[in-house]
Design a protein around this ligand. Structure first.
Ligand code: COA
Length: 584
């Protein structure tokens, strides 16, 4: 067992995944945010780690650290790739294969000896999506392998040598082929879209290579915006660069050979310089544009239904998993419609990157009254959760292709069965958002599935959870050892089986009986009222913690210290949350 210190810019999805995977291997992991050199040096001296891993670092590690302790850097590039825009370039250059490399820190950024590398096939998608899926999977394999090699004690990593592709400076034969190179920062100048020259495919690639950060800076109707959430339009055309339609949150802009939908924008100069739906930011200037009803061929779809045999699938890949009031209401409507079909099972698919992250904090932040909008949003999610819990016509499933956080986890728990892809990370707690109490009927659902004691620990812990732990706690029902399209195929097969078993009717009957018994014991309306009473205090009460935490989250205010829940080395006494979550 090793003592591993994570030195990281943030506790992001990849860091959370590695944190869970390494703990599952029996290692102890403590985390320090890379705030400045002194803080990092202090963390190392407090923790005395065997090994330091940097899953997501934006600066060089101080010399005094890497000279004394082995530091492994996770770089989102193939072996030999260097530079701050690794993934951006991969998408920008339309690379078919890309990779993750674990290298040792030395005096030069990304130029240290290579421990492991893991390649993957890319997809036509955003940088953030590639990062949350393929990069995270590859990084997990590469880091676990590197840690295993480190534990063996005699492994000599391979020096990075661009000139020598045959021989190796180490006594071993070269194992890793150096394919990458040093690439500069991908600047806004290089990213900029030339609407009179760039094809749809080029525009999509440019926007996707900068999505989630920094976005491609562009001019729309005389104002500068960063563009995100770009999708191909199959039918509409127009004068290149012109806005030609709107649909839901998105606007459609013509290219030389077609058009693209842009769902989200960030206006750097505005009062709200964070990502918001495009139609909201451009509202006044686009009223004249034709409004498109989305279907398979045209428009921007963030909710759609498909049916195969006796199973209905509801997809809702909301950008960043955030569900605003209006989105919840539309999803609620789509869910009611799905329930009216002649099917037996409804599968809530969420999106590839996230199943749901609960209320839309950006929209709340940008609204006239954040308290009122928070209230509307939580009630809209609750209405949807209630509809799902009370579904007596179908068995229901949540298929978690991607992560879920806060209210999104409990909304998922409203179904009969949660099936999760093996690498999914859940954050089943609200407290990090300024001690938010939370709703979505969690106070009914969590004890029902995880038991009273575990329920209390889960919400107090404020820690990410892997699928194995979630399964052992009853928070989810199945872990499917597959990712991406293979996971979806598996879900389809299982859902079809679920609808087909002879015991289907008995099971539905039993579910409805249980619900009736539960309702008699304590009405859902009472759970909701109790939760919302606390939420009302969070939104409208004297304590502004939720509003401050939301502001910090939305404006991405850098953390000034690492939370004690993950910084083991900074604890002076055990935390309540430190008690093991699992009850045997
Ligand atoms: N509303 C609006 N945006 C959200 C969001 C939400 N509820 N949850 C996540 N996002 C956005 C983030 O701002 C980030 O945006 P970016 O693309 O501009 O960087 C993006 O989604 C990814 O989130 P990030 O925090 O970087 O991902 P992560 O995997 O590191 O962490 C969570 C996932 C869920 C732990 C974290 O996003 C979170 O705490 N979200 C808030 C959950 C919440 O409190 N919801 C309200 C109560 S129901």
């Amino acid at each position: 067992m090793l003592r591993i210190l994570f030195l990281t810019h943030a506790f992001n999805s990849l860091t959370q995944r590695l944190y869970i995977e390494l703990q599952q291997q029996g290692h102890e992991v403590s985390v320090e945010f890379d705030i400045n050199d002194i803080v990092a040096i202090d963390a190392v001296s407090l923790y005395q780690p065997d090994l330091i891993i940097a899953p997501f670092l934006k600066r060089a590690i101080p010399d005094s650290i890497w000279k004394n302790t082995t530091c492994l850097i996770v770089h989102p590039g193939i072996a030999g790739d260097r530079g701050p825009s690794a993934l951006d370039w991969a998408i920008f250059n339309n690379e078919v294969r890309w990779g993750v490399t674990v290298l040792q820190a030395n005096q030069e950024m990304d130029a240290g000896d290579i421990w492991t590398t893991q390649e993957f096939m890319t997809r036509h998608t955003s940088k953030a999506s590639l990062y949350r899926n393929e990069v995270t999977e590859a990084a997990t394999i590469a880091v676990l392998k590197a840690v295993e090699l480190f534990q063996k004690g005699n492994y000599i990593p391979q020096p990075l040598d661009y000139n020598n592709t045959e021989n190796c400076a180490t006594p071993r034969k070269r194992l890793i082929k150096i394919k990458g190179r040093l690439q500069p920062l991908l600047t806004q100048k290089l990213r900029s879209i030339h609407w009179y020259e760039d094809s749809t495919e080029t525009v999509l690639r440019k926007i996707r290579s900068a999505d989630g950060f920094p976005g491609v800076l562009d001019d729309i109707l005389g104002c500068e915006y960063y563009l995100y959430d770009a999708h191909d339009e199959q039918q509409l055309t127009g004068k290149p660069g012109e806005l030609i339609a709107r649909c839901g949150v998105a606007v459609c802009r013509a290219t030389i050979n077609g058009a693209v939908w842009i769902g989200h924008l960030r206006n750097k100069q505005s009062e709200h310089p964070f990502k918001l739906p495009a139609t909201r930011l451009l509202a006044k200037s686009i009223q004249h544009l034709p409004e498109i009803e989305p279907d398979q061929q045209t428009g921007y779809r963030d909710i759609w239904y498909e049916q195969a045999g006796e199973v209905g699938y509801l997809h809702f890949p909301f950008y960043n998993g955030a569900m605003g009031t209006e989105q919840c209401q539309r999803l609620h409507g789509a869910y009611i419609e799905a329930c009216q079909q002649e099917t037996k099972v409804i599968v809530l698919m969420g999106g590839t990157d996230f199943w749901s992250n609960g209320m839309h904090l950006n929209l709340i932040e940008a609204s006239q009254s954040a308290a009122d909008e928070s209230w509307n949003n939580i009630n809209a999610i609750n209405d949807l959760a209630l509809e799902i819990i009370n579904t007596n016509s179908h068995l229901t499933v949540a298929a978690l292709q991607g992560n879920a956080g806060a209210g999104g986890v409990f909304l998922a728990r409203a179904v009969d069965e949660i099936w999760a892809s093996q690498g999914v990370i859940l954050n089943p707690h609200y407290k990090d958002m300024g001690n938010l109490y939370g709703s979505e009927y969690w106070s009914y659902l969590l004890p029902r599935y995880a038991g009273e004691e575990n329920a209390e620990r889960i919400v107090q812990a404020r820690l990410p959870m892997g699928t194995q732990e979630a399964l052992s706690l009853g928070l989810i029902n199945e872990v499917i050892e597959k990712n991406g399209s293979a996971f979806v195929q598996d879900v389809k097969k299982r859902a079809a089986d679920m609808a087909d078993v002879p015991a289907y009717s008995l099971r539905l009957e039993y579910k409805n009986k249980c619900r009736a018994v539960d309702e008699q014991h304590k009405a859902l309306a009472d759970f909701r009222q109790e939760e919302l009473k606390k939420m009302h205090m969070n939104f409208f009460g004297f304590d502004p913690s939720y509003h401050i935490a939301r502001y910090n989250f939305v404006y991405k205010v850098a953390k000034s210290r690492t939370p004690l829940t993950i910084a083991l080395h900074r604890r002076t006494s055990p935390l309540v949350e430190e008690q093991p979550r699992k009850i045997v």
